[in-house]
Design a protein around this ligand. Structure first.
Ligand code: 6PG
Length: 243
């Protein structure tokens, strides 16, 4: 479902409210709320709001588990590391037990890190299908999401839950959630903000289906909710929206 907000702040508040709503609903019937956070700039205000009063007070952090939908294999204190940035704005400011935060292991070859992370997911979900209660995702200006980039092998992965990614333009590897893992979630929420994303958002939502060129199109939860939380600037090129 597409929801359009006046500006970035309203979008961020709505995303924080969605997190709280999904956590509350999940914890009515389950013992834990399992969420995967996206890297990038867009979700940072959402994370900040979740670390502040009053919104953060409404989350049962003791029963919340946090994973990361992708990671750059740089040192854990490197500002390019997604978990580092999320720790700065959120994790270091909430009463979440350290054992409830599950970063992608770094400091090892990417293939091993990806396998290790998949093993952590298998252990966490106790051998059952890894079904996140909520996954936040961003959208790159060329249509990537998590670290699923156009015309890369990770897009074609149908069995494993994680993959090693190396982009020619980057000096580091990445580890990413794969489409099978993301698409078995109970809820996936894209957060998209700003005029510079308006053209790619229009292509992804209203253009031809071509997931190899537009990887975000491969995200279609099998038995879950798909949210597009966007601000008015990002929605500027959409033609099929009611006012
Ligand atoms: C990453 C992110 C990536 C991000 C998009 C959008 O590690 O780079 O996971 O998928 O969500 O690149 O990034 P912005 O929100 O900064 O535009």
């Amino acid at each position: 479902m597409l929801r359009i907000y006046d500006d970035y702040e309203e979008l961020s508040r709505a995303a924080a409210d969605l997190f709280i709503e999904r956590a509350h609903d999940t914890l009515e019937n389950a013992s834990r709320f399992c969420v995967a956070l996206s890297g990038g700039e867009t979700p940072l205000r959402t994370y900040q709001l979740l670390a502040e009063h009053p919104l953060g007070d409404r989350v049962d952090w003791a029963r919340t588990h946090i994973f990361f939908s992708d990671e750059r294999l740089v040192p854990g204190d490197d500002p390019r590391n997604n978990a580092f940035n999320i720790r700065m704005v959120m994790l270091d400011h909430i009463p979440i037990p350290s054992e409830n935060v599950h970063p992608v292991p770094t400091g090892m070859p990417a293939m091993i890190a990806a396998d290790r992370y998949e093993g952590m997911l298998e252990d966490f979900f106790m051998g059952f299908a890894a079904r996140f209660d909520l996954i936040f995702l961003g959208l790159g200006t060329e249509g990537h999401t998590a670290s699923l980039f156009p015309n890369t092998p990770a897009l074609e992965e149908e069995r494993h839950w994680t993959a090693d990614v190396l982009l020619p333009q980057e000096p580091f590897h990445r580890v990413t959630f794969t489409p099978p893992l993301i698409n078995q979630a109970a809820a996936v929420a894209f957060l998209v903000s700003g005029k510079r994303k308006s053209w790619i958002l229009q292509s992804v939502l209203e253009g031809e289906t071509d997931y190899r060129s537009l990887p975000a199109q491969i995200i279609r939860p099998i038995d879950g909710d798909l949210y597009w939380l966007v601000d008015r600037e990002a929605a500027g090129q959409l033609t099929q929206v009611e006012d």
